[in-house]
Design a protein around this ligand. Structure first.
Ligand code: PGA
Length: 252
């Protein structure tokens, strides 16, 4: 059985290293309590190393990654530096970065390739906007298929462990809205993503997560589904008691 994976995406929170450490320690305790679930904490860049130094059971994640190695890339943090900081997985293509920072599929593809070529895990985020979902699930499939084709271009030639690639299905309208997807619809898209990974990229067994307003009340409805291999959690990952319930729901 592949372990379920719960990722804490803190986004631009909290405001101090002290608060980041306190939060990380609590989440690490939950990871110790529920060892059947794999837990990743993705803090903002300035807190990555401090958080890494206080966690034992949870793994370290990054919210972004740059494809270059070392060099003239002002403001960017490279895969090489993340490896130095003992980061296991970097998130790539989060919809907030696509929307607010103009991140394109071409850029995301470079990030994915740089991570995978260098043995750094990557959590690729895909998901459709509301106007696409309104047109129905066939339109969603086309949208997701296009994103995967562009974001994963060239990975077929790499020999990688399935563990290194994680895909998070995050319908944009469900993120931070308090209105999660319907678990049946999520399962349909998760299965579709698995089919594409297998047929187009020859990748089997990679974990596919759901993200978008996951909370302790709805976590079971997603995590009890065998097809859904975990969750990418924003808001609720800043509340340790709530986050522990989500980890627990993944361990059941
Ligand atoms: P949310 O965020 O849980 O606050 O909806 C999820 C995400 O953006 O990854």
């Amino acid at each position: 059985m592949i372990k379920k994976l719960i990722v804490a995406n803190w986004k631009s929170n909290p405001d101090s290293v002290g608060r980041a450490i306190a939060l990380a320690k609590k989440i690490d305790k939950s990871a110790e309590r529920f060892k059947k679930t794999e837990v990743i904490i993705a803090p903002p860049a300035p807190f990555i190393m401090s958080v890494g130094s206080v966690i034992k059971y949870a793994k370290l994640g990054a919210q972004n990654v740059f494809w270059g190695n070392l060099g003239p890339y002002t403001g960017e943090v490279s895969w090489r530096q993340l490896q130095y900081a003992k980061v296991s997985y970097a998130i790539a293509g989060h919809s907030e970065r696509r929307r607010l920072l103009g991140e394109t599929d071409g850029m995301i593809n470079k990030k994915v390739l740089a991570c995978l070529k260098n043995g750094l895990g990557v959590i690729l985020c895909v998901g459709e906007p509301k106007q696409v979902r309104r047109r129905g699930m066939a339109a969603v499939r086309i949208f997701i298929s296009n994103q995967l084709t562009k974001d994963l271009k060239g990975i077929r030639s790499l020999v990688i462990s399935y563990k290194l690639l994680v895909v998070a299905y995050e319908p944009i309208w469900a993120i931070g809205s308090g209105k999660p997807d319907r678990p049946e619809d999520t399962v349909e898209i998760v299965n579709f993503i698995k089919e594409i990974l297998a047929s187009r990229f020859q990748i089997l067994n990679s974990r596919i997560l759901y993200g978008g307003s996951v909370n302790p009340q709805n976590a079971r409805s997603f995590l009890s589904k065998q097809e859904i291999n975990g969750a990418l959690v924003g808001g609720a990952s800043l509340k340790p008691a709530e986050f522990e319930k989500i980890i627990k729901a993944a361990s059941a």
